[in-house]
Design a protein around this ligand. Sequence first.
Ligand code: TPP
Length: 347
Amino acid sequence: MSSSAPASARASVVASRDHLGGPLAAETCLKIYDLMLRARVLEERLITMYKMGDGYFWIGGPGEEAFNVPLGLLANKGQGLDHDFLHLHYRSSGTLLAMGADPVDSIRQMKNVASDPYSKGRNFAGHFSVRKWNVVPVSSPIEVQYSIAIGTARAQRAAKGISIVQGGDAGTAEGDFATALVWSSRKGQELPLLMIVTNNRFGISTPFAGQHGYDQIAERGKAFGMPTAIVDGNDPEASYAAIQKAMDYVRTERKPYLLEAMVSRLRGHSSASGANVAKDEIDCLDRFERTLEDRQVLTRAQMEERRATYTQELLDASKRVRTEEPPSPDSIWDFVFADKNYVAGES
Ligand SMILES: Cc1ncc(C[n+]2csc(CCOP(=O)(O)OP(=O)(O)O)c2C)c(N)n1
């Protein structure tokens, strides 16, 4: 904190504008910033692991933290229909960390060791799966989550939880997205489904304009009678307010809502395109750091100290994980088929 004014005074000034979707309380900003930083440092560690041969493939969320962290903080976390179901994508590390995930578990998945809780060492980086928090397995085939989410949203019609589904812009050209629009909005049978598109304006190397005949994906929701919104996903405070508004609607009305967040892709598509720094994209972390510095919530030195600490922690963790065991060959068929209806509570 800067010494120019007491932290408590600054916090109350910004807190008073909370309801307008303006600046959040300094305490909330600090929490969001810390998680954004942890998520960024984690992705940087995963990329380094890939580049030094400690993993086969990297894909992740540098550039989506300002949107994904608030999403994780606002989700009603837990197991069963009265909590939110999350159908996420492979750029959702910020959401998972905000929900309380241990970043070391992502390192375990990158290294494909059996202690990886998401896939027991058998899936790509960023492929989360946490039954106790209703985080359904992230799918490598893109967009299928929009069809799957209809199932949990249908099961939640008379429950307290909602279903949240998120994917990229290019994937919305696939049928699953249209399926979710149709099935969530049937009159009298609407579903409590929050549809989120994180639009980074690219599908691998296909630019947005080469794929879509409209300017914003959110426009498609209007034809299905659902409320829509577009938010600057590089602004964590605007994202927080937009997600809260959308969630309030879906929770109360038990009807769908389409939210489009404009985000960045800071390391390109994945390791397949090199995972190098994209210099012409807005960096939400960099931008938020400057905001917090201007508001005297944190000094540059404090931010640098945090970054150095988290970087060292994950470097140490990656060395430890290197000594952990890979999955045994005889476990190849474990967890590939569910013979119980876990969504309905069978155990
Ligand atoms: C069904 C399917 N088709 C194609 C692919 C190959 N693929 C992987 S990521 C990707 C681009 C996805 O772009 P977008 O939906 O905008 O999400 P982003 O990765 O940009 O966040 C494609 C085409 C796939 N994984 N699954």
